[in-house]
Design a protein around this ligand. Structure first.
Ligand code: NAD
Length: 254
């Protein structure tokens, strides 16, 4: 444990659960003020309570990150509370329609596709839109966007999710190229399947089938992804920008 983020303020979307929660807890443990932004205010507050019980500093903010105005308000609230913003993880995400593209229902599945794009792709755009000026104003910092192995390779039964996560990789490259010279490094992380509440709806057989796709023989943990995110947000990653960093137990190696 270090105090490498002391004096820094971080914003984590989807911070109430899974990967976002692990990153929020990790950043706070290393000294950052952390804004836990989530659709679920009560769950975000529970993470804040946990951080404060451990001696950290945090704030819960309710926002639907698929709505630009709510993201703008969340960033403004963080700057208002802590005086600036240095670090961000754009991470909130949902599953989405499963099945083969040409079999999708024209109403329900199209609506689910559009909702997925809002939460998994547009949210990252809105996040960076408002985070970048705040980070520049604070003297620089770093952003990580949560993509997926499905931002690198395709999953035949998850075309919408694959599309959104490839989009996250693209906007990470373009924005990283645009803002590194102003002191904002931007990278994306690409986890394999991680054992979080996102996968809780899966039947056991489907869960076991996912395990078999990872040469390491298990799914990842939220803490393992958090370790990578904390590294990318830290000064140790000072030459990393616009990168797509895989953390997948070998899923994409075969
Ligand atoms: N779990 C995996 O296997 C896995 C693998 C690769 C990438 N990811 C990605 O990691 C990210 C985090 O996933 P997780 O597994 O921790 O999931 P999770 O379900 O544990 O946490 C996601 C959080 O996002 C919040 N959220 C959902 N919609 C929101 C919205 N519109 N506005 C604000 N918050 C919202 C939820 O309330 C929840 O707290 C997602 O982007 C996901 O696509 C997950």
């Amino acid at each position: 444990m270090t105090d490498q983020f002391t004096g820094k303020t971080a914003l984590v979307t989807g911070g109430a659960s899974g990967i976002g929660k692990a990153v929020a807890v990790g950043l706070a443990a290393e000294g950052a003020n952390v804004a836990v932004v989530d659709l679920r205010q009560d769950a975000a507050q529970r993470v804040v309570d946990e951080i404060e019980a451990a001696g950290g500093t945090a704030l819960a903010l309710a926002a639907d990150v698929s709505k630009a105005a709510e993201v703008k308000a969340a960033v403004a609230a963080v700057v208002g509370s802590y005086g600036g913003l240095h670090l961000a993880l754009n991470n909130a995400g949902i599953g989405g329609p499963q099945g083969l593209l040409a079999d999708y229902d024209d109403s329900d599945d199209f609506a689910a596709y559009q909702a997925l794009m809002g939460v998994n792709l547009h949210s990252v755009y809105y996040g960076m839109r408002y985070e970048i000026p705040a980070i520049i104003a604070a003297g620089g910092g770093a952003i990580v966007n949560t993509s997926s192995i499905l931002g690198l390779v395709g999953e035949p039964t998850a075309v919408p999710y694959t599309t959104a996560k490839h989009g996250v990789a693209g906007m990470t490259k373009a924005a990283g190229a645009a803002y590194a010279s102003q002191g904002v490094r931007i990278n994306s992380v690409h986890p394999g399947y991680i054992d979080t509440p996102l996968l809780s709806a899966l039947p056991k057989a489907a869960f076991d089938a996912l395990v078999s796709k990872h040469p390491i023989g298990r799914l990842g943990t939220a803490e393992e992804v958090a370790n990578l995110v904390l590294f990318l947000l830290s000064e140790k990653a000072s030459f990393m920008n616009g990168s797509q960093v895989t953390i997948d137990g070998g899923y994409t190696a075969v």
